[in-house]
Design a protein around this ligand. Structure first.
Ligand code: GLP
Length: 251
């Protein structure tokens, strides 16, 4: 794993956008795997800036990790809405090249199979990930096992509690979601895991330095050959505490 630690999430986002640009320029139809949450926002801002500076994104295919079940894709807290607001409405992606799972599909099992088919037809070149404070990636929650394929998941109480900050009415906070499985994530050619803030420091250290365990889903990334972990100094605090030599290479 490559680890890069920045003074601010803005600088980190700019770095990740440069990594994405390399991928976009080197493929005829680049496939970006995209994530939601506050963490990737600086990356999306930087990518929009690159687009405004001349980067052509019109051939890019995007595949999102996950979506809530129980709210419509028009709901302001849906991941469809989030992606429109932070990226899709700001650049010139082809609407036919944008894929998200539909949490409001009438047949959710069929929707899972449809999404696996989308992923199979568009192997992911560059996968962006955030990390939950419990170690989840996408909505692959800590459990006795991790599922390979797109599936429906009951969100863990800590995830529901953490997501509640975005909802006016706590009764509206979704308890279930549809998420890409770990196979699609691990099959991405390149993965960038981003994390910012002290509240991510402990789980980042466990994911990067600890054993590979299904109750720390992000630790499975240790098995992938091209992962970059992009942090701010707060999220890197425990890593640096356990590996002071990292600090030397940063000064
Ligand atoms: C949600 C998403 C994850 C994301 C996590 C962290 O649970 N499904 O993909 O990594 O939130 O969110 P944040 O980046 O706001 O800390």
């Amino acid at each position: 794993m490559r680890i890069r630690i920045f003074d601010s999430s803005q600088e980190a986002g700019t770095y990740v956008s440069a990594l994405a640009e390399e991928v976009v320029l080197s493929r005829s139809q680049p496939v970006l795997g995209l994530a939601t949450g506050s963490t990737p926002v600086p990356f999306y801002d930087a990518l929009v800036n690159l687009w405004m500076c001349g980067l052509d994104l019109s051939k890019v295919v995007t595949i999102n990790l996950d979506e809530y079940i129980g709210i419509s894709s028009e709901h302001p807290q849906s991941y469809h809405h989030f992606m429109r607001e932070h990226l899709f409405d700001r650049v010139d992606f082809e609407s036919g090249n944008i894929y998200l799972p539909h949490g409001d599909a009438p047949d959710l099992d069929a929707e899972c199979r449809r999404y696996d088919d989308v992923i199979a037809r568009h192997p992911i070149d560059f996968q962006i990930l955030g990390i939950g404070t419990n170690g989840h990636i996408g909505f692959n929650e800590p459990d006795d096992l991790l599922l390979a394929r797109t599936h429906i998941v009951e969100l863990r109480p800590e995830t529901v509690a953490s997501n509640a900050r975005f909802f006016d009415d706590p009764r509206e906070v979704p308890r279930r979601a549809i998420t890409m499985g770990v196979q699609a994530i691990l099959q991405a050619e390149q993965i960038v895991l981003m994390a910012f803030g002290f509240e991510k420091a402990a789980i980042v250290a466990r994911a990067v330095l600890g054993s590979v365990r299904t109750d720390v889903p992000a630790s499975i990334l240790q098995l992938h050959r091209k992962v970059t972990v992009v942090l701010d100094r707060q999220a890197a605090a425990d890593l640096l505490g356990q590996h002071p030599e990292l600090r030397l290479s940063l000064s």
